[in-house]
Design a protein around this ligand. Sequence first.
Ligand code: HEC
Ligand code: HEC
Ligand code: HEC
Ligand code: HEC
Length: 125
Amino acid sequence: MKRKSVALVMTVACVLVFALAYAQDDIQSLEHDVFADRQRPAATFSHELHADTAEIDCLECHHAYENGENVWDDSMETDCTSCHKLDADGKTMSAMKAFHTNCKGCHTKEGKGPVTCGECHPRKE
Ligand code: HEC
Ligand code: HEC
Ligand code: HEC
Ligand code: HEC
């Protein structure tokens, strides 16, 4: 192969790898270890739909509080259950309540997105 076509093949391969990684990232399961004894199938979430398509501000969902102010930036913790555990701890609500307040709270307020149990925790076929 000529050098030019090798470069082209390499470029196409790179683009494909990135596109695949991105597509797989899109819909993610929010299954977390804190829920060891699950009652419902884990909810799924599309980061792309929320952050890019619906253009929701990062700080609507991510936070790090300092003197009551949300100072989160993308170098900080994103895993909700690194702070929100199975049981509430002082002002830090339980993981289930944190997700339900955040997800369901916004869908109810906006009149968009699922609000019933079965829509967010669909039974597996
Ligand atoms: C807007 C989406 C949404 C709705 C509506 C919703 N949940 Fe959840 N729920 C979540 C997310 C996200 C989590 C955390 C990830 C996970 O474990 O599924 C969660 C976690 C849970 C958990 C803890 C994990 C487990 O299975 O033990 C239970 C129990 C639960 N939800 C029950 C319910 C019930 C009952 C309803 C209806 C009254 C409901 N949820 C409605 C999104 C939702
Ligand atoms: C509607 C809520 C929501 C919005 C808006 C949002 N995120 Fe997220 N983000 C989440 C959830 C939920 C997770 C998964 C957390 C978990 O598993 O505990 C996550 C995970 C992440 C991760 C970890 C890698 C990954 O994709 O799982 C990064 C990095 C991240 N978010 C950055 C951002 C940035 C930057 C923005 C703004 C451009 C943003 N998020 C907007 C809810 C949101
Ligand atoms: C670095 C630790 C930390 C991480 C990571 C974190 N939280 Fe929180 N969260 C807190 C603390 C602490 C509070 C209580 C703040 C207060 O009342 O002063 C809180 C409060 C909340 C509240 C109550 C309303 C509000 O916004 O203050 C919700 C809902 C919530 N968190 C959901 C989430 C979700 C969803 C994620 C993941 C996308 C997440 N949290 C990640 C520490 C964290
Ligand atoms: C700040 C607002 C906001 C928060 C927080 C939020 N959502 Fe949403 N969600 C939306 C909106 C708006 C839509 C409708 C987007 C559209 O169809 O244009 C939506 C749609 C959805 C849908 C339907 C997707 C589809 O393909 O139709 C699911 C599932 C969902 N959200 C899950 C979640 C989960 C799980 C969380 C919490 C981790 C969450 N959302 C947090 C605003 C929010």
